[in-house]
Design a protein around this ligand. Structure first.
Ligand code: 0GY
Length: 296
């Protein structure tokens, strides 16, 4: 099967930035292998195989301890590759699934046992067909009863329309990739300031300061995205997460070097306290709450 975008970096550099002990890569994916876990017929792109063994090797190479693996649209609502990776991680990975709204209680419980801790709601139109918000809301209510949270992916232009839905979701809500701000417009742009006010008003909403490689206009080393990440980390130090987004589906401009992405972290989180919150304490609180107290 041929991928329709660039493959992931074959040989990322060893980062210069040494992540704190116990660091979590809180947004990455596993794809296939397609021969074992076929991609969804309704997918909008075909990825390269990015199996769990490669993800775990990258984790070790970059100096991370754990992963949060996020179900991507190319696997649709079939979470088998995700569950397989979580089980193989022996507790070192937790997951974010995309659920069939009709999923049975037994299948939901099996995902929970595998290590899934959140449901993802994707509103990015180039990636998924529309799902009514009411359907997502019911899924959120169901999974909240299991102690899971919600992860939401949307583009900056859709925030205004989505705010009432997001504010009404139960429990913790995590916004992917900084809400995909328009980097060209700068941090003072009304849309990014609206996101900040929205986070001010809703203390249950978290944000991933991830994907400079996807958001950048200038390209590596992603100087233009630094002010956005730094603003969010400074203002919401207890509600930010970071992830590589390996294997970078749909990257068409360039192949990011995952080691260079790790070197970007101290540019947005400049102190050891912020780095520890971003990479260890926050993800543990959300994905390994049973260990969070012990680790801090
Ligand atoms: C990401 C971003 C993308 C893809 C997906 O579910 C997905 O397919 O999230 C993207 O293309 O922006 O988080 O990997």
């Amino acid at each position: 099967m041929t991928s329709d975008y660039l493959p992931f970096h074959p040989n990322p550099k060893k980062p210069d930035f040494v992540v704190p002990p116990g660091a979590v890569d809180a947004h990455c994916h596993v794809f296939g292998p397609a021969a074992v876990f076929p991609f969804a017929p309704e997918r909008k792109y075909t990825p390269v195989d990015a199996p769990k063994e490669k993800l775990f090797a990258l984790r070790d190479h970059l100096g991370f301890t754990r992963n949060v693996i996020v179900q991507a649209s190319c696997h649709g609502r079939d979470n088998r590759a995700l569950a397989d990776a979580l089980i193989a991680s022996r507790g070192l990975a937790r997951g974010v699934a995309v659920l069939d709204p009709e999923i049975g209680d037994d299948d939901l419980a099996a995902l929970d046992r595998a290590g899934v801790r959140a449901a993802r709601f994707n509103f990015v139109k180039r990636l998924v067909d529309n799902t009514p918000k009411d359907v997502f809301r019911k899924v959120a209510e169901r999974v909240t009863a299991l102690g899971w949270h919600s992860v939401v992916y949307f583009e900056a232009a859709d925030l205004d329309e989505l705010m009432p839905f997001l504010a009404a979701l139960p429990g913790t809500v995590v916004i992917d990739h900084m809400g995909r701000p328009d980097i060209d417009k700068g941090v003072e742009a009304p849309a990014f300031q609206q996101l900040i006010r929205f986070l001010d008003d809703n203390p249950n909403i978290w944000v991933k300061v991830s994907c400079p490689e996807r958001l950048t206009v200038a390209g590596p080393p992603y100087d233009d995205v630094v002010p956005f990440g730094r603003a969010l980390v400074a203002r919401f130090p207890e509600r930010v997460l970071w992830g590589t987004d390996w294997p970078h589906p749909n990257m068409k401009s360039h192949i990011p070097d995952d080691g260079a992405l790790v070197d970007w972290i101290p540019r947005i989180a400049g102190t050891e306290a912020l780095q520890r919150a971003l990479l260890v304490d926050n993800p543990l609180r959300l994905y390994w709450p049973e260990e969070a107290g012990a680790a801090s």
